[in-house]
Design a protein around this ligand. Structure first.
Ligand SMILES: [Zn+2]
Ligand SMILES: [Zn+2]
Length: 329
């Protein structure tokens, strides 16, 4: 059996079977060309891949569905659902019945874009005990930042829901490259559905901007995000990154304290820091950046038009990549 290693994929994708632009085969081909290892196909209320996972030129194509109604969106990942499509849920009871059904079929439940101002999760995240939560939905925008802050507060309160990203790809516009933006990396022995699901459930995950973007690694000895270390014996973490662009800020949090705040003054390759852990709880890392000048103006224009951004809301520090936490007891 192969040892665990980092593989990359996308947890949230649409085809023409719901409101996406690409036929399923076109999407699979695009995923292969992006160099991904796995992909959950999550059409609205429809399971496109069918009963079982399959492999498309090396890409694990996994069954899934985005249960979609006005009260929120939630992904189910799994196999052998026995249903190809479902009716749009309208009430809390509808959601409970559907999620209960998919759970009974062994599905993994992942709540999508819970703080999206157009389509939030209106039913209470904890009520549904999800296996993961999509804190970064589609290319970085303000609601993703607010969702990360919400997730971080939950960690401080001792609640951990493994965090994933999803491009929510429907189509490209002109020159955009929205597929697998963001990209979710998981630490798994293979790109089979079982291994990828287990890695997500354990929080062995980091998320980065796109398939070619810098990878962000957080380790404590052999431990990776999602794992638990004993602070009496394991007192250091190492955070490393393929590269940092000028102006990007690498932050490492130990609970509410920042162990590291490092701003790259120029493009830097192969950045690595080893840091002492100060307190029990968790350590997590993220790379942020601030949009400035024309990019900020362009973003505000687009976000106001497409994301219900309030004019003058401003642009917080965006996230380029982040890890799930390593826990210290
Ligand atoms: Zn959605
Ligand atoms: Zn979606």
């Amino acid at each position: 059996m192969r040892k665990a290693h980092w593989i990359k994929g996308d947890c949230h994708l649409h085809t023409a079977n719901s409101d996406g632009a690409k036929r399923p085969e076109e999407l699979y081909e695009a995923l292969y060309r992006k160099g991904l290892d796995f992909a959950f196909i999550t059409d609205h209320n429809f399971n496109t891949p069918g009963e079982t996972e399959f492999n498309y030129h090396g890409v694990g194509i996994f069954p899934g569905m985005e249960i979609s109604g006005n009260l929120g969106h939630v992904n189910v990942f799994g196999e052998h659902f026995l249903v190809r499509s479902i009716n749009r849920p309208r009430s809390r009871e509808d959601y409970e019945a559907l999620i209960g059904y998919f759970r009974s079929r062994g599905a993994h439940i992942s709540i999508n874009h819970p703080l999206d101002r157009s389509l939030p999760w209106r039913l209470g995240v904890e009520d549904f005990q999800p296996d993961s939560v999509e804190v970064w939905n589609s290319p970085m925008h303000n609601d993703d930042v607010y969702c990360m802050e919400w997730w971080h507060k939950k960690l401080l309160a001792g609640e951990f829901i493994p965090a994933v990203g999803g491009s929510d790809f429907h189509r490209d516009y002109y020159v955009t490259r929205l597929l697998a933006s963001p990209t979710t990396y998981v630490y798994a022995c293979s790109n089979t559905l079982a291994d990828v699901r287990a890695a997500i459930k354990a929080g062995r995950v980091f998320v980065t901007n796109s398939p070619g973007a810098a990878r962000l690694f957080l380790t404590c000895g052999k431990k990776v995000p999602g794992d638990t270390a004993d602070l009496a014996k394991e007192r250091e973490v190492t955070v490393s990154c393929d590269f940092l662009r000028r102006g990007q800020i690498l932050r490492v949090f130990n609970n509410d304290r920042e162990l590291l705040t490092y701003r790259a003054k120029k493009h830097e390759d192969g950045v690595s820091f080893t840091l002492p852990v100060e307190a029990r709880g968790f350590v997590r890392a993220q790379v942020g950046y601030q949009l400035t000048g024309p990019a900020a103006g362009f973003y505000e224009f687009g976000a106001t038009k497409f994301k219900r951004h309030t004019p003058g809301e401003g642009v917080p520090e965006f996230i380029y990549s982040f890890t799930n936490p390593i826990f210290f007891v």
